[in-house]
Write a protein that binds this ligand. Structure first.
Ligand SMILES: Cc1ncc(COP(=O)(O)O)c(C=O)c1O
Length: 423
């Protein structure tokens, strides 16, 4: 607690000079810490090392007699489709395994929509305006894809339940140029919240003005619980089936933060009819994805329970890291900032006093702690209130995290006092 709210100008000035002295001492320490990377740490990836050596020559022949080392199975080998379908709560026919990066799938699907169109609709490249709804704060790489293709990005505020659904409905149901919506429904990047049942139901009941509108339901943190009392997300595809709207959903996931980042297996789930169309479309760009990698995932993890047991080991490594940061935030800056204590995922989304985020990131950088750029969690890299900072505690040691979080709080205090003195 800072008690800044009750300080007068003189007290704030004295506080600032005391804080600056401590800050200068930190600068002399020449720290080199990084809380910007939303990556798994080495010890998490070590847990899956056996995946690289688990296959034997006998494993090469699949149950149906085909050789996994050869071309074929464009939709993914049945064993992997079953595993991922079980994790996602779908049937294998609703799941396509392709490659090792879900971001890559999203990019390809959007590129195809631009060049060839979706479901016989006009290719997006031929339209004057293509709009994407972007719940904020959100994932910078989603926004990067929309920006790359020249889409207009419309920020949709997130609340504790998910995106502002009144606004989503207003846009999607009335504006035919709204073609896509980014969403990270479980342990959202970066806010850490999980969409409520009510929000998921409202998604399922959307009546898009554009036939080729798609929800990019990026379930990147679908099984990334930190605690036994984890969040539970309603199954959007199942909800959609009640309204015949399942073609509207592209759900994504990968094992980037289960096995190896960028070298796991990635999947897209949708209606069976969409999956057939996607398989045909991907069939132009490849004769088959890396099925050997799919098989090693199946052999190593065995089944859904095997994956969930594995994720418990990840959680045991990650819990103390999140706790280290949250304890320090709570002790130091709870009266001048807000954040959500996530039950899973990879981030803590920190909201400073308005107009302070850039200054905090700059102060941290000049004292040797790298944070994700202020604004990165907003379309075009512009946070209109300049207050959101994404903290990534996963790939730093606990001792380093404690040091980085303490310095971060010091910078939050400095930027806050400076801002208060401006008023
Ligand atoms: C929400 C979200 N989606 C996708 C990705 C990238 O996934 P992949 O490695 O499968 O491309 C990340 C990585 O941080 C992410 O946070």
């Amino acid at each position: 607690m800072t008690g800044y709210a009750s300080m007068d100008t003189l007290q704030l000035q004295q506080e600032l000079s005391a804080l600056m002295q401590v800050y200068e001492d930190y600068q002399k320490m020449k720290l080199a810490l990084n809380m910007a990377r939303g990556r798994p740490d080495k010890e998490q990836m070590d847990l899956a090392q056996g995946l690289l050596s688990c296959l034997t020559p006998e494993d090469m022949i699949l149950a149906d007699g085909s050789d996994v080392r050869n071309y074929g199975f464009l939709e993914g080998i049945p064993e992997a489709r079953q595993l991922i379908a079980d994790l996602m709560g779908h049937t294998p026919a609703e799941v396509l395994i392709c490659g090792s990066s879900s971001l890559n799938i999203m990019y390809d699907v959007i590129a195809h929509a631009f060049t060839h169109g979706i479901d016989g609709c006009t290719p997006w490249a031929k339209l004057d305006n293509v709009k994407f709804l972007c719940p904020v704060p959100g994932y910078d790489r989603h926004f990067g894809i929309s920006e790359h293709f020249g889409c207009e990005m419309i920020a949709i505020p997130m609340n504790a339940e998910g995106p502002d659904m009144d606004l989503v409905e207003q846009y999607v149901n009335n504006d035919p140029s709204v073609k896509g919506l980014w969403s990270i429904p479980k342990y959202s990047n970066p806010s850490g919240i999980t969409y409520s049942d009510e929000v998921v139901r409202r998604f399922a009941q959307l009546k898009p003005a554009a036939k080729d509108f798609r929800i990019f339901w990026d379930n990147a943190y679908i099984i990334h619980d930190l605690y036994d009392h984890h969040d539970v997300l309603l199954n959007l595809l199942e909800e959609c089936k009640k309204y015949g709207s399942e073609d509207m959903v592209y759900e994504l996931m990968s094992t980037s933060k289960v096995s190896f980042a960028g070298a796991g297996i990635a999947a897209i789930a949708s209606s069976e009819s969409n999956i057939k169309k996607l398989a045909k479309q991907f069939g132009v760009q490849t004769i088959g994805w890396n099925k050997v990698n799919m098989l090693s995932h199946v052999k190593f993890f065995k089944n859904k329970d095997g994956v969930l047991e594995h994720m418990k080991k990840h959680a045991a490594l990650l819990r103390p890291k999140f706790a280290a940061v949250l304890d320090i935030l709570n002790a130091e800056v709870s009266d001048i900032a807000t954040w959500h204590n996530p039950n899973g995922g990879y981030f803590i989304s920190f909201n400073a006093m308005e107009g302070c985020a850039k200054r905090i990131v700059q102060l941290c950088k000049e004292a040797g702690v790298v944070l994700t750029g202020a604004g990165a969690t907003y379309p075009y890299g512009k946070d209109p209130q300049d207050k959101n900072i994404r903290i990534a505690p996963t790939s730093v040691t606990i001792d380093e995290l404690k040091q980085a979080a303490t310095l971060f709080c010091l910078c939050v205090k400095i930027a806050t006092v400076e801002k208060m003195l401006e008023k």
